[in-house]
Design a protein around this ligand. Structure first.
Ligand code: FE2
Ligand code: FE2
Length: 376
């Protein structure tokens, strides 16, 4: 696509001119050669900001969120029963693209032709480990981003609230790391697309971009993904763990919406455009990460034909991928980014098949429903 109505081209935003260019998608993975690194440095390019305005409650909705967070803390060591035995091969077996309706195991030209129960069981385990590993890495991204927000956000109520989110994220990193280590015993390094996105978010010097990238996009997607897994999983430890994490996560997404709403009302057209492009870039990076390239590689499946097939699935079979955007789209609409300017972002969300969620409830209206008291 070329430059449209003043927007940057896809090449500028994504580094490729076709959103579904499989070679370019896989190139990003291939460029990630340092999979064994233990430390990863990213310049965060921001000034820390003090405020001498200590007027608590100037932003009542943020103050309410802060008060709620103070009483909603939980302790991963005490509140979860780690003595539960887990069979990681059975805990979460979602076949997704491999479901019998696609017929992929019986089509001779399919990369997984001939797969039987043994391969399916192995895939189920690898895919489960992969999903949880990406959750873990994303949680660390949230920990770092929110620590940055404490420093950079100008509003006092937001600084106070963000400090509670830092503690929440520490707890989330703790629980996913412990579950992977003691129950699954198999981990994956960070996915290249997720890494690129987290680097971009932290690298940006503008304080609202940390929120837009993390609270709105990454955490909005995480809230939907955790909900999806929570609904399907029966293993009681993970089910409770996910429900507890979701109770915090809903607050975090609401924090993003409530903080950015007033800021975006005051931005000019060019600045809004940059935010729309950033949101679109994040959406595509997150969609690309769910192609599970690393799992196919570990299973010995040729990656390109497999990813080609997944991207070519008819819309009705991409429901899981689309559902991941069920929180993001209404929140983006609430922030005014969906239709601002020429409605460019609406067109792009239509193109990637997620616009149908625009009128779902936004998270600033529903976060209370996720409280631990309502967990049942
Ligand atoms: Fe989190
Ligand atoms: Fe979070």
């Amino acid at each position: 696509m070329t430059v449209t109505d003043g927007h940057s081209s896809d090449s500028d935003i994504l580094g490729r001119s076709d959103v579904n260019d499989v070679d370019a998608i896989l190139e990003i993975c291939a460029a990630n050669t340092d999979v064994d690194e233990v430390e990863h440095l990213v310049a965060d390019n921001s000034d820390a900001m003090f405020t001498w305005n200590y007027e608590k409650g100037e932003r009542p909705k943020l103050e309410k969120l802060y008060e709620k967070a103070k009483t909603a803390q939980w302790n991963a060591e005490v509140d979860l029963d780690w003595s539960i035995d887990v069979d990681p091969y059975e805990a979460f077996s979602i076949m997704g693209e491999l479901g019998p309706e696609t017929g992929w195991t019986t089509e001779p030209d399919s990369p997984i032709y001939g797969w039987g129960d043994k391969e399916m069981r192995e895939f189920s385990y690898e895919s489960f480990s992969w999903r949880l590993s990406q959750f873990l890495h994303g949680e660390q991204g949230a920990l770092l981003c929110t620590a940055k927000i404490v420093e950079t956000v100008p509003f006092y109520d937001a600084k106070l609230y963000a400090s509670t989110q830092v503690m929440d994220e520490a707890r989330h990193v703790e629980v996913f790391a412990k579950y992977l280590d003691t129950k699954v015993e198999n981990t994956y390094p960070i996915n290249a697309h997720l890494k690129l996105l987290l680097d971009d978010i932290i690298n940006d010097s503008r304080w609202d971009m940390t929120y837009l990238g993390m609270q709105i996009m990454v955490e909005g997607l995480a809230l939907a993904a955790f909900g999806f897994m929570h609904n399907l999983v029966e293993e009681p430890l993970l089910k409770k763990l996910l429900r507890y994490v979701m109770s915090d996560e809903a607050r975090h997404v609401a924090f993003g919406v409530l903080s950015l709403q007033e800021v975006y009302q005051g931005l000019g057209q060019a600045e809004i455009r940059e935010r729309q492009e950033f949101a679109f870039e994040a959406a595509v990076r997150m969609r690309d990460r769910f192609l599970q390239q690393e799992v196919w590689e570990r299973m010995g499946v040729p990656i390109k034909p497999m990813v080609d097939r997944i991207l070519d699935l008819p819309e009705e079979q991409k429901i899981f991928q689309a559902m991941l955007f069920s929180k993001i789209v209404p929140n983006i609409k609430k922030l005014g980014l969906l239709d601002a300017g020429d409605g460019w972002l609406r067109d792009r969300f239509t193109e990637i098949g997620v616009i149908q969620f625009e009128d779902w409830t936004d998270t600033s209206e529903e976060y209370g429903d996720f409280s631990i008291e309502n967990a049942g």
